[in-house]
Structures are given as structure tokens and as C-alpha cells.
Design a protein. Structure first.
Length: 737
């Protein structure tokens, strides 16, 4: 009925739990690849991905182009197919792209060919065969396939032994070897085995390899590492050196001191070790990175079965060190671009993921402000006024420059309410800290083009700015009700105290709020245990209007009603929105409704002076997708949530780098219901399901709402839905001591 894959950012393959170091997170670059085998970055940043069935695909500006760069006729049985890609060192001048593939016609063999690029496609009939390798037997495995240019300008080619172990020790063929040739396929006269070989076999540069599926060069030092897939006992990382014999099939793993063979740098077993695996795949050196210092110049490698990425620290490259375990996806290749690690997987629908690092931010505390309007693009032109957001455009908002609201330049994050007034269908709006890459998350959606609001805690970016992206044209209104700051700069800033979600008020049990009426709610006198010294509340407000509701506003009692809105229900539908509301006189808050409506108020925490037990600080993270039930089955993926189902999610095990010490999570929840959705409730796992709701979708549309949810058992939260729906959870921060 509806797929919103284009309109609502999707993070594919988050099915299982990846354990990243603090500050690291992953995000998809592109998906939709068919059995990918290898990838390489073009000098201009495009990613070229080999599909086993013979297509070389191009990812450009985060989009997988529909037309392949080229298609070659391949045998793709077993491990055969299109297996490697490399760019000529002079690509900017000659546009040469090299590929390694298994021919389809008899005699079947592996081949290296060169093609000439014309933009995003190869020039027709530009194939020039560089190497035709040895005829293959009926065995379809152990083909190798990686190709790279070395620092000497020569083309290096990794070739498997075709499941015939003696090939690796024979000079009569090129199987089970590392080859070195000139870019045109001719053989350099200084190859190390020229004297022991004749003809085409003089291309042999190193031998004794079983299935060197991947290898790479350090981009500065030129050091080479070769990953050799083992048989039944050991996987190897070898230092590449011309003239070396790596011992297969005489030895697998370390050779016991045999001077005829070169030992691996490290070897890990298939059973009984740490780590264990079955097939070493991608490998890449990390340079020029913002990753912490221990990763500088390190060599990263992955295992297909173990679904982990380890690294060897420089300079020794002899100590296996875990980087991410429980990846939940089998990486087949690793690459580095602009100091960040990318991995290619056949899982998650065939995808490329990027692993990013953001230095942990200091713990922040909250300063409430009387709700204030920061931005309204319907107002006169200016930094916080017109024009409206154009579809596909990004706009930066330097919040401390909005003098009317008095937000200081040292604010580390903002508690906002974001309202859109779309010009028509609006796929999504995303807000994130300026200076960081646009994250693969959404803040709100309005697929039916109606006015919608959603709360958002957004970390401050460069110069205190936040960036806003809209898929389609819309007016934008942004209000602020507080900010987070380093307590060393403002000792009076408030700590957060999470509580199990609790219902404060429900006017359906009393009297409706009439149109134009203001009503006060004394939060500390409710049964939810909120103390009198609370100075702001983390609420979820739900309206059940009698008809169209222009807007509802919440603010601290005793102050003038501000020119802001908390939520809108222009079609008369039940609508929920989160809100951090400062406490007013006697701890009360006031509500004004433009039109008649019932109001339901739930609370999940409050802000009060630090010093009491359970006081928490806010730690901002770059917005990150935790969960998407539209993806492969697993703790952070599918299946769809069934009506009446409760499900739990251990958020510290997701791919967003949340610590186990988190006491609460600042989330954005989005539902994609199959029909009418009565309500979704989020709460801490291990406690009874509370009589509260997080959001509603009575009108069968995609709905988003912010939620601060306390952490439960093992850092988990639980969800309950009344009707079938998909659920997406994004995170922008967490609360911890």
C-alpha cells in the first residue's frame, strides 16, 4: 500500500546488535546492491561496487545509480564472478578502470581487463584485456580477485589456487599467487621469480597463498597486507613482500620456524580462540582520520562468518585488537575515504556503510526558558524569517544570534519544538548540528501535507548553529523552551531525573478545554511523584479535539502566554507531541487551546537542581538511527510490530555508540502503520507497562514524536502497539550520571 523508502530515511541492515566503542556509529551510504563482492573509491569520491553477476555499480553523492558503469558476461557459480576493481593512478587523465572477473565462455578463466570511463559509464567497446589467467577446473571456489595499484605504479593481482592446493607451490601456473604487472599487462623485468619462471608465469610476485580474497597498500608508506582465507584451522594477515612464499599448503597459520616460508603477522583460529572466524575478508589502513589516536595508521580487517572488525595497531601490526563485534552483517570489503572506514556487505539488501566518530561531548545540564519563537519563515526576510525552505535545500540557523530568545553562545544543545506548514506533500524534515554530515534520520514527516509539530533536542553545531533539510517545500517554525549547557559554565543548570512514564492529567475524566480557554495543571500534586523543586518537566501532550484544532500552547503558569505553539491538529485527529515545559507558579503549567479539545499529559522525567540521587546529565550524540523494523529480522530490525505486541530493544547494543550507563534516551519515534494505530507506548523494560501513550496515528499516516525514555533492564526499552505498524527509532543523546 505504501513504501516511504524515498521519503523517510531508512537505515538498512540494523538487524543485530553491533558493539562499537564510545563515540562511533554507523550509517548506510547506499543499498540495493546484488551480491556485492568488492568496492573502490574513485579519486572524485564516487564508490564503484562489483556485483558478482557482472555489473559494476556506481554510488554517487549517496545514491546508487540505476545504470551500471559496465556489465561483463561472467560465470558467477560459487565464488566466481566480478570480483575486483581498481583505478589507474592517472585516472584523472586517462579515465582507466580495471576489473577482475571470471569469463563465461570456455575455457572458463579469470581475467583482468581495462575499461575507459566516460562520466558514470564505460565507453562502449573500450575493454582491453590485460591478463588472461589460467584455465579453471570444475571447482568454483578460491578465485581471489582483489586488484590494486602499488606505490610503484604496478598493478598487483591476487589469485586463488582454484581449490587445488599444489598450485600454490607451482611455478607452472599463476594460481595461489600474488601477481605484479605493468598497467598494460606486460611483465616488469625486476619481478622476483623471473629467473625461475618463463612466459606469463614471470608475473608471479609472491606464492604459497590459498585464497587471497583481499589485500591493500598503506597509502603513505606503501606497506602491503594480504588477507589469506584459510581452510579449516586458521585465517591469516600477511605482510606482502616480493619473493615471499607464505607456506600453503604445507602450513596454515604459523609455520613453526621454517625458514622457507614467511609467517603471517597474525593468524586467528576457526574455533577456540579470540577472535574466531572462518573467512577473512576486507582490509584497509586508516590514515588522515579524526578517529582516536590508537587507530592512527592501524590496519582494519573483517571476518565474514564472525561478523566483526578487528584492527592491528601500528607500527608493529602484530596485536589483534577488537574494534566492533556483533556487527550483524558480514563485511566483504573495507575501504577508507577521508579518514573514515567504510564496509561493504551482502547483507542488509546489499549495502555500503560508513563508520563515523564523534568525540564524546561533555555532560550537560538544562536551563529552562519561557517558550520563545526562534524561527518563522512566514515572517519578513532574514536569518530567522523568509524565505520558506525549498525542497531538497538545507538551511543553517545560528540560534545564539536570535537575540529575542537570549540563548547563550555556550549552549551545547537546544530543546526545540519544530512545526512545518508544508506547501504540499512533505517527505521529511531533518535537523542536526551544523558542521556534522547530514545524518540518516528524520525529525518529522507530513506525507499528507498537513501542519505538524514535533519536539527535538538538537546538539549545537558550528557557531551554535543547527542545520535543517526538507525533502519538499515547507514553511518552518521553530520554538525553544530551554537549552543544555556545561555545568562548569552554569552551576545553576538543572539535572534530569527520569521517572517511569506516568499520566498527570486527562481531561476526559473531567471537563473538556473549551476553545479559547486556558487551564492550569499543578504537576507536583499529581500522583506521579514529581517534587516541588522541579523547575521543568519532560512531558508528552496528546489532544483529542472535537474538530479542527488550530494549536495548543503549554507554558509556565504565572508568565504571559508566549507566541508559540506546542502542537496542531488541523484535521481534528488525535495528535501527540513531546514538550519540555518550565514549571511556573506552584510548579504549575498552563495550557491554551484555540479550539475545543481534551488534553492528556504524561510525564517521563523532570529537571531540578543537581545533588539528589539519580541526577543525570545530557550527553549529545550526532543523530543516529537505532532501529527500523522494515529491515532484516533482528533486535534492531524486522519483523513488523503486530497488533497487541510488546517488544524490547537493548539500545546500548545498537550501532549508535550508547553506553550501558545511560539512564534515559532522547529519542525520535516514527511509526509507519498498516492502518489505524490507536497508540504506541515506550517505557523502560522490566517495569510494568504504564497507562500512557507516546504517539497516535488514527488517520493511517506516518507520524513522528520525540520521547525521553528511561532505560530499563540491560539498558532496554519496550514498545507496545495497539495495531500493526513499523517502528523507527532515532537517537540524539542520552542521560547519564
Amino acid at each position: 500500500m505504501r513504501r516511504v523508502l524515498v521519503l523517510l530515511p531508512v537505515c538498512f541492515g540494523m538487524a543485530l546488535a553491533a558493539s562499537y566503542p564510545a563515540g562511533f556509529s554507523e550509517a548506510p551510504v547506499a543499498r540495493g546492491l546484488d551480491a556485492p563482492t568488492a568496492m573502490a573509491f574513485a579519486p572524485d569520491g564516487r564508490i564503484f561496487v562489483c556485483e558478482q553477476t557482472g555489473k559494476l555499480r556506481v554510488i554517487k553523492n549517496g545514491v546508487l545509480l540505476a545504470a551500471p558503469f559496465l556489465s561483463v558476461n561472467v560465470s558467477s557459480l560459487g565464488e566466481r564472478g566480478l570480483l575486483g576493481v581498481a583505478f589507474d593512478p592517472n585516472f584523472a587523465v586517462n579515465s582507466y578502470v580495471y576489473v577482475y572477473y571470471t569469463t563465461a565462455g570456455a575455457p572458463i578463466h579469470n581475467r583482468v581487463s581495462r575499461f575507459t570511463a566516460n562520466g558514470d559509464v564505460a565507453v562502449p567497446a573500450s575493454e582491453a584485456v590485460i591478463l588472461d589467467l589460467d584455465t579453471l577446473s570444475g571447482a568454483t571456489n578460491h578465485n581471489g580477485g582483489a586488484i590494486h595499484f602499488g606505490p610503484d605504479g604496478k598493478l598487483y593481482v591476487a589469485v586463488g589456487e582454484n581449490a587445488n592446493a599444489p598450485n600454490a607451490q607451482s611455478f607452472a601456473n599463476r594460481l595461489g599467487k600474488m601477481l605484479r604487472v605493468n598497467p598494460d599487462g606486460t611483465i616488469p623485468p625486476d619481478n622476483p621469480f623471473v629467473a625461475q619462471t618463463t612466459g606469463l608465469n614471470q608475473a608471479i610476485w609472491a606464492m604459497g597463498l590459498r585464497n587471497p580474497y583481499t589485500f591493500t597498500f598503506h597509502p603513505v608508506s606503501g606497506r602491503m597486507h594480504i588477507n589469506d582465507v584459510g581452510q579449516s584451522a586458521w585465517e591469516e594477515v600477511n605482510e606482502g613482500a616480493g619473493g615471499s612464499n607464505y607456506g600453503w599448503p604445507t602450513y596454515e597459520g604459523f609455520d613453526g620456524g621454517n625458514a622457507s616460508f614467511r609467517d603471517p603477522l597474525i593468524a586467528y583460529p576457526h574455533t577456540g580462540g579470540d577472535p574466531t572466524g572462518c573467512a577473512i575478508t576486507g582490509g584497509a589502513f586508516l590514515t588522515g582520520s579524526n578517529y582516536p589516536g590508537q587507530y592512527s595508521n592501524a590496519y582494519f580487517y573483517a571476518d565474514f562468518c564472525g561478523q566483526w572488525i578487528y584492527y592491528l595497531p601500528a607500527p608493529g601490526y602484530d596485536t589483534a585488537t577488537p574494534f566492533v563485534t556483533g556487527l550483524g552483517k558480514s563485511a566483504v570489503d573495507l575501504q577508507v575515504r577521508d579518514g573514515e572506514l567504510y564496509y561493504l556487505t551482502r547483507d542488509a539488501g546489499g549495502a555500503v556503510f560508513k563508520i563515523s566518530y564523534s568525540a564524546p561531548r561533555p555532560g550537560l545540564r538544562f536551563v529552562p526558558v519561557t517558550p520563545c519563537r526562534l524561527v518563522d519563515t512566514r515572517e519578513p526576510p532574514g536569518a530567522f524569517g523568509k524565505p520558506a525552505l525549498a525542497g531538497g535545500a538545507t538551511r543553517e540557523l545560528t540560534i545564539p544570534d536570535q537575540a529575542a530568545c537570549g540563548i547563550p553562545a555556550n549552549a551545547g544543545a537546544y530543546a526545540l519544538n519544530v512545526t512545518v506548514v508544508p506547501k504540499g506533500r512533505l517527505g521529511y524534515v531533518t535537523i542536526w548540528p551544523t558542521g556534522a554530515p547530514q545524518p540518516f534520520v528524520s525529525t518529522l514527516n507530513s506525507l499528507d501535507g498537513r501542519i505538524k509539530a514535533n519536539a527535538a533536542i538538537v546538539p549545537a553545531g558550528t557557531n551554535g548553529a543547527v542545520s535543517v533539510y526538507a525533502t519538499d517545500a515547507t514553511e518552518l517554525v521553530v520554538d525553544i523552551n530551554g537549552y543544555f549547557v556545561d555545568p562548569n559554565a552554569n552551576p545553576q543548570a538543572l539535572a534530569f531525573y527520569p521517572i517511569t512514564p506516568c499520566r498527570i492529567a486527562d481531561t476526559r475524566n473531567d471537563s473538556v478545554i473549551l476553545g479559547g480557554q486556558t487551564r492550569d495543571f499543578a504537576v507536583p500534586t499529581s500522583h506521579c511523584g514529581v517534587p516541588a523543586n522541579a523547575q521543568a518537566y519532560s512531558l508528552n501532550a496528546t489532544v483529542v479535539p472535537a474538530g479542527p484544532l488550530g494549536y495548543l500552547t503549554l507554558w509556565p503558569t504565572g508568565s504571559a502566554q508566549p507566541l508559540v505553539s506546542t502542537l496542531n491538529a488541523p484535521t481534528g485527529a488525535v495528535v501527540a507531541n513531546a514538550a519540555i515545559v518550565p514549571a511556573g507558579s506552584n510548579g504549575s503549567i498552563s495550557a491554551f487551546a484555540l479550539n475545543q479539545t481534551h488534553l492528556v499529559l504524561d510525564i517521563n522525567g523532570y529537571f531540578a537542581p543537581a545533588g539528589s540521587a539519580n541526577a543525570q546529565r545530557y550527553f549529545a550524540v550526532n543523530p543516529c538511527r537505532l532501529l527500523d523494523t522494515r529491515e532484516a529480522a533482528g533486535e534492531f530490525g524486522g519483523p513488523v510490530l503486530a497488533a497487541g505486541q510488546t517488544r524490547s530493544y537493548r539500545l546500548p547494543l545498537a550501532s549508535c555508540g550508547l553506553p550501558g550507563s545511560a539512564a534515559a534516551f532522547s529519542l525520535n519515534a516514527t511509526v509507519v502503520p498498516a492502518g489505524t494505530l490507536g497508540f504506541l507506548t515506550l517505557w523502560p523494560t522490566g517495569t510494568a507497562q504504564p497507562l500512557v501513550s507516546t504517539l497516535n496515528a488514527f488517520d493511517d499516516t506516518v507520524v513522528a514524536n520525540a520521547a525521553i525514555v528511561p532505560a530499563g533492564t540491560s539498558g532496554a526499552i519496550s514498545s507496545y502497539v495497539t495495531s500493526q505498524t513499523h517502528l523507527i527509532l532515532d537517537v540524539n543523546g542520552y542521560f547519564a550520571p
